[in-house]
Design a binder for this molecule. Structure first.
Ligand code: PGA
Length: 252
């Protein structure tokens, strides 16, 4: 019986500067080595800091991902970074559909699917985020929303050549940066639902890993990971502090 690797992902969002980013990455790389952490650790720094961090991660102790990608191929698109450029820079992962991009930056399912396609064409692994808002949660629309978001993702994936290269992160919008997390019972119901829905839509035989995100901390990581079908965590705030991030990696 081989225990499958857990995934611990750190989303730095729009934080830090060159000096602090390299320092944080250095601390994480050192501690992952020192503590002999066997999980797959992925960090998502701001794009400008990806290559300097790549430079201090030559032994690939951790993996690197981009927080965003253009929905378009190379051309006249001021300000965008393409999946081809990420591939050229040997970046392995990319986040798609994070709630801040959906809700603050107005990205919709259609443009998110285009992003997934560009990433797959360039062999970059996708962490696709889904989750309901507070209002949807309160009005008991969680399953309806998750189904809608997953259906849209899989309609696109089932036409793609590498549908296994996607990881799904469930992040209730009301749990992001708020200190609130769903109860153990809520999480178990929701992950059962996501697991079954993914199984229904997924045409590939490869299992798809599921992550939880939203106010993950060293204090709650272990109990969150007890939920059936949770394969890892996507961490925002706590990933900006090396000690907290490593404590999470060590407790699970
Ligand atoms: P948080 O963010 O851990 O700060 O709640 C999670 C995320 O947005 O991925």
């Amino acid at each position: 019986y081989i225990m499958s690797k857990k995934i611990i992902a750190g989303n730095w969002k729009q934080n830090g500067n060159m000096k602090s980013s390299i320092q944080l990455a250095q601390d994480i790389i050192r501690e992952v080595k020192k503590n002999n952490i066997k999980h797959e650790v992925i960090i998502f720094p701001p794009s400008l800091y990806l290559l300097p961090i790549k430079n201090i991660n030559k032994k690939e102790i951790i993996n690197l991902g981009s927080q965003n990608v253009s929905a378009y191929n190379d051309g006249a698109l001021t300000g965008e970074i393409s999946a081809t450029m990420l591939k050229d820079s040997k970046i392995k992962y990319c986040l798609v559909g994070h709630s801040e991009r959906r809700h603050i930056l107005n990205e919709n399912d259609l443009s998110l699917c285009e992003k997934v396609s560009r990433l797959h064409e360039n062999n970059i692994r996708v962490i696709y985020c889904i989750g309901e808002t507070l209002k949807e949660y309160k009005t008991k629309k969680t399953k309806y929303i998750l189904n809608k978001q997953l259906r849209s993702l899989f309609e696109n994936l089932n036409n793609s050549k590498r549908p296994n290269r996607v990881i799904i992160a469930y992040e209730p919008v009301w749990a992001i940066g708020t200190g609130l997390v769903p109860s153990a019972k809520e999480l178990s119901i929701t992950f059962d639902y996501i697991h079954n829905t993914v199984r229904r839509y997924n045409k590939s035989s490869k299992p798809i890993k599921l992550l939880y995100g939203g106010s993950v901390s060293p204090d709650n990581a272990e109990s969150l990971m007890e939920t059936q079908y949770i394969d890892g965590l996507l961490i925002g705030g706590a990933s900006l502090i090396a000690k907290k991030f490593i404590d999470i990696c060590s407790t699970i």
